[in-house]
Design a protein around this ligand. Sequence first.
Ligand code: HEM
Length: 128
Amino acid sequence: QNTPLMPPASVEVYKEFGEKPGLIKLMDDFMIRLVANPVTGPSFAPANQVRIKAELVEQFCQLLSGPCTYQGMSMKTAHASLHINKPQFNALVEELQKSMDAMNIPFRAQNQLLAQLAPMYRDVITVK
Ligand code: HEM
């Protein structure tokens, strides 16, 4: 996790995501969408999806003030060699929104998570 510009979301929001089991379900849905999307698919199809999902669960749990400590790579390190551009970043966020809608996560809670993720564009996007 780099440059946390927002205070973590409240633990109430973690509950609205269904805690750990909710996040696991969310990531299963999200990864299917990421692989199917023509903009993000080429990055995720060849990757270790099981491991990325597990890391995302821990990361989102921490961002939502759940009882987790993300121990994966920094966003800068994880994405350094992936040549990610802005359309890819935006496509990932859109797929996440679809997954959150599919899980009936309240809109306000969705926005709490998105506010945590938005500043990460600085570390994730390396291609103009
Ligand atoms: C806010 C946006 C993003 C977040 C929060 C995020 C989060 C993560 C996390 C937690 C990991 C696992 C790190 C680890 O293994 O220790 C990861 C890896 C990865 N991410 Fe992202 N990511 C974002 C954007 C993107 C985008 C836009 C793409 C490509 C379209 C992408 C592609 C990947 C790939 C391919 C890996 C696996 C790298 C590897 O296996 O070495 N990510 N990401």
